[in-house]
Ligand binder design. Structure first.
Ligand code: EPZ
Length: 417
């Protein structure tokens, strides 16, 4: 099992190119199921989760071609197996995003229930209730969601929690339904907007994406399209925190400051200098960071996917920060590993009190989930001595060549087998 070995203390300097967004790529790939015409996606990130999703669609009969410039062509002409099997779904919960499109396109779908996950129960009841509102017959038996609908009907849906993939699933299903669907309390994440833009390019009629009310007028069929995947705002934020803790100066390319206002706001509050450039942003830190309290919430508020990285930053900042996680019920496991590096963190339910310490000391730590891994990388970059991070397969799910990108910026980091 691969590990990452980091010798802390190096300043990060230079420039780095941000990859396409994992959480946009995954629903966009599933959108290909809605039509037999080819869907071309560019700026595809080379990630384990993307590879898994492509394998999932290939076993359904979708023709998948990926060229050397990370451009993907998906053709669902041969869709003959509307099933997402357990052995693939258990490795990637986002497989649930095939449910809506399969049902809308073929009238039937069998998708394994995503199992438990390290950060929380993450049920999919809202996805299911939404499809039932559109007239689907949904049975959950033997660990599978079995949905059937001769033709989905437009419906008015109120999601009692803001759910990103729930909104995306229902938006895709509604694209081919008869009549109009309104999703209220919809997720406003930029990745939802990216998906809506692609669906509209395919001939769908989606309006209101980015607000909490999305209206979808169903159409008979969808055409193919070409779409460039938006930049990954969480990879962007992760690099910003890495530069912050290492007193670095880095230019981030092919990204945008406009998709992570809440994160930039907090970094500036911590004393980090950030400015927008024509194709991304520039970040500089003198390493003297102020602790910043934060509370995660749906977009445009502070993203839960950046909570762990900020805990690493607060661990070495001056002062005390209160970090409140409101989205997932068990997303503080990185705190237990940060303590092994010398962090002073006290957990009370969904609140963590982080008291900055003058220095972290390298140690062997274990990644427990994707963003927890990123947090440990950030901490390892600033800890004194060597930090060895185990189980970094979690990291490979969501970060493209992270050790190469960090090495190019001067980090002393390498993968050991
Ligand atoms: C998406 O997960 C992201 N994944 C997550 O990123 C991200 O953390 C999360 O949104 C929140 O922003 C992808 O986009 C592939 P939710 P998702 O449905 O859609 C509850 C990463 O690190 N809920 O918005 O699964 C749920 O338990 C990953 O890249 C229900 O109760 O999250 C949670 O408490 C981690 N019933 C809350 O809603 C449902 O049917 C928000 O979850 C659906 C969700």
């Amino acid at each position: 099992m691969d590990k990452l070995l980091i010798e802390g203390g190096a300043r990060l300097e230079g420039q780095v190119t941000i990859s396409g967004a994992k959480n946009a790529a995954l629903p966009l790939i599933c959108a290909a199921l809605l039509t037999e015409a080819p869907l071309h996606l560019s700026n595809v990130p080379h990630l384990k989760d993307v590879t898994t999703m492509l394998r999932l669609l290939a076993q359904m009969g979708i023709d998948v071609t990926l060229d050397e410039r990370n451009c993907l062509t998906l053709a669902a002409t041969g869709l003959n197996n509307p099933v997402a099997p357990y052995d693939l779904v258990k490795t990637m919960r986002a497989s649930i995003l095939t449910l809506g499109p399969l049902l809308a396109r073929t009238g039937e779908a069998r998708v394994s229930l995503p199992g438990g996950c390290a950060i929380g129960a993450r049920p999919v009841d809202i996805h299911i209730r939404g499809l039932q509102a559109m007239g689907a017959d949904v049975q959950v038996e033997h660990g599978y969601i079995h949905a059937r609908a001769r033709k989905l009907r437009g419906a008015k849906i109120f999601t009692d929690l803001v759910t990103v993939t729930g909104t995306e699933n229902l938006m895709m299903a509604a694209a081919l339904a008869e009549g109009t669907t309104v999703i209220e309390n919809a997720a406003r994440e930029p990745e939802v907007v990216d998906l809506a833009n692609c669906l509209n390019a395919m001939g769908a009629r989606v309006s209101g994406a980015g607000s909490d009310v999305i209206t979808i007028e169903g159409v008979e069929r969808l055409a193919g399209a070409s779409h460039r995947i938006m930049p990954d705002r969480i990879e962007t934020g992760t690099f910003l925190t890495a530069v912050a803790v290492t007193s670095g100066k880095v230019r981030l390319k092919r990204t945008s400051a406009a998709i992570l206002d809440a994160v930039i706001e907090k970094l500036r509050e911590a004393g980090v200098r950030i400015s927008a450039t024509e194709d991304g942003l520039e970040v500089e830190s003198d390493g003297r960071l102020k602790a910043v309290s934060l509370r995660t919430a749906p977009y445009p508020a502070f993203p839960t996917d950046m909570q762990a990285q900020f805990m690493a930053m607060n661990a070495v900042a001056q002062g005390t920060a209160v970090v409140t996680e409101t989205i997932f019920e068990n997303r503080f496991m990185h705190a237990l590993e940060l303590r092994r590096l010398g962090a002073d963190i006290e957990i009370n339910g969904n609140t963590a009190v982080v008291r900055g310490v003058p220095r972290l000391d390298g140690a062997t730590v274990m990644a427990t989930d994707l963003r927890a891994s990123a947090c440990l990388v950030v901490a390892g970059l600033v800890a004194r001595g060597e930090t060895l991070i185990d189980r970094i397969y979690h990291l490979d799910r969501g970060y493209e060549h992270i050790e190469e990108k960090l090495s190019q910026l001067g980090a002393r980091i390498r993968r050991v087998h």
